[in-house]
Design a protein around this ligand. Sequence first.
Ligand SMILES: [Zn+2]
Length: 219
Amino acid sequence: MPRDPIVVVEPRRPRAHCAECREGPLRRMVLRCSVPLCLDCVGLGHLVYLPRGDAALTRRAREAGEVWAVVVRHDRRRTRYERQGILVEEAALARAEAACLADAGARARRRARDAVRRAASDVRFTAAVTAEVRRLFPGCPADRAAEIAAHTSARGSGRVGRTAAGRALDERAVTAAVRASVRHRDTEYDALLAAGVPRRQARVRVAPAVEAVLASWRR
Ligand SMILES: [Zn+2]
């Protein structure tokens, strides 16, 4: 059963004194039937303050302790209270901090494992694309095939996963990648674009040269 939190009020201008021990003016107080009491007199003097802002730490600190209180302050027009933070047992806060740290460590370790797995899958994927380029274009130099595969993998593998990898390995997709590479590397395509020739026109102009290279690599 959820415990109702004790509400500790933080007045904007401390004026009130504790009705029991006369301590004051009180920076934080509990109101019992509108009567101000200091935290010591209500048995909360041992609690430590945790400002709001870290939701996970706040939740854990609340759950780790027996006693906690919510600290509120009147907003300017005194129409409502604003939560400032909580008061919790010091040991509970320490346990909560340790749990959050352990969590952060676990997340970092998982990120590192994921990165290793992704890198390995990228290597396997690049090798598969290289093999496919070499199967379709036996005349394509090995280092060129590897370069085309690396370029394709960088766009297709780790980020979008198996479907894209499968698509990238598709014969048409591999041929398109090889064709694009030849267009940029073995023809005047880039120079034409740089000279202001429209893309479509440049493609048409270099198409025979591209197809000639592809034909020589197919043999
Ligand atoms: Zn008191």
